[in-house]
Design a protein around this ligand. Structure first.
Ligand SMILES: [Mg+2]
Ligand SMILES: [Zn+2]
Length: 165
């Protein structure tokens, strides 16, 4: 059976992306955006597997110690879980752009191996994100793109009509 997957960006799409540092590295910076919980529940109910795909510039370096990434990340996943929302996989590229790694979106290195383990339904699967690079990632996977505005949340009705179109 083919698998429906919603690939989902994190910062600016699910949670607020600070526009100064672009890093959510403290618990008090964690803000889940409007409509996110409802939208993830909709996708879950529509039998989508949820796969998070996020670039996190320099996690593990002095400027962004791993622990400061992990704390708000785990809190976010806990809040989702309390709402009955479970991510099948969470993929993080921790590299800087200049490193030229193969896993930074829009490249698909983060999910290439995972995609050998599932039969991806390219008709219904899609990428949700707020940046051009998320759109290019969708193109590279040959799936559709649902664009959201940075830090504006997810409009449930638009998402509903997107997945039924
Ligand atoms: Mg983003
Ligand atoms: Zn990377």
């Amino acid at each position: 059976m083919k698998t429906k997957i919603a690939f989902i960006d994190r910062d600016g799409a699910l949670i607020e992306e600070p526009q100064d540092t672009f890093q959510v590295d403290r618990l008090d910076l964690l803000k889940i955006l409007p409509g996110v919980i409802e939208s993830l529940k909709l996708l879950r109910d529509q039998k989508y597997k949820l796969v998070m795909v996020t670039n996190q510039n320099g996690v593990g370096l002095t400027c962004f110690p791993t622990a400061t990434f992990v704390e708000p990340q785990e809190e976010m996943l806990k809040i989702f879980k309390e709402n009955g929302i479970n991510f099948e996989r969470v993929f993080v590229c921790p590299h800087l752009q200049e490193g030229g790694c193969d896993c930074r979106k829009p490249k698909t290195g983060l999910v290439d191996y995972f995609l050998t383990t599932v039969d991806l339904d390219r008709e219904t699967s899609f990428m949700l994100g707020d940046r051009e690079t998320d759109g290019q990632f969708a193109q590279n996977l040959d799936i559709r793109f649902f664009k959201v505005k940075t830090n504006k949340g997810i409009d449930l009705e638009s998402l509903k009509s997107f997945i039924s179109s």
